[in-house]
Design a protein. Sequence first.
Length: 286
Amino acid sequence: MGILETRPLQPFAAEATGIDLREPLTPAQVKAIEDAMDRHAVLVFRNQPLTQSQQIAFAKALGPLDMGLRKLKGGPHRFEYAELADISNVKVDGDVADRQHAKIVGNVANQLWHSDSSFQKPRAKYSMLSAVTVPGFGGETEFADLRMAYDALPAWRKRQIEKLQAVHYALHSRFLLGDTQYTQEQRAAIAPASWPLVQTDPRTGRKILFVGIHACEVEGMTVAEGRMLLLDLMEHATQREFVHQHHWQVGDLVMWDNTATVHRGRWFDFAERRELRRATTEEVTA
């Protein structure tokens, strides 16, 4: 039985070795991964190329699967499993999308700081992104630690936001980018979700500053004042000292905790193929 080993990366993530993710996980391995995620929030597994079925099996061992925006968009899908998100600039027919294609809007939206599925209840817990094809330049993924961000807040700001709730809406980020071609049925498909700006991780007891681009309003504040507060908090949370940048290699599997981090993709040439597959689990609360 493989034993998980971790090597810390700056400032908070870790490289994980010792477990073959293509094989079924034992209960001890699941616990080791969860414990490592509690410490590091992001785990990087190198040289772990997974088939779609292997990726789904790995994700299912860690919780129920989340469909995310597939609930809203539906439509044709390149993958065998609807639970796998196609994080690529590739169309269903296998060709690279042109710049007017909806796939490119999705790639641009991924460059905004966010946590997956914060716009729904239950929200996402773990995301597991597998690299199939990477561009020659760019396309990195950055992660910001929301626990470190909370710890670094000044006392007056902690008092200000202690009891505030933010509203997260699935299409807010798309509207910001001019992507507004949605029917009323699509706009209403995923109801907004409210989350406290300050949260306590039930597993570790650490405080978390829960922000991200899906947050569009603060309850009890005007839209303008609430959005300004959210922008200020996002600017604070994504300072470089809280950020780990991952440079992709084919066969990488990167796993992160959406309740403790925000992430974003970085620029790459959309004319160059980039293919990643994501499986995501739902948060399970007692």
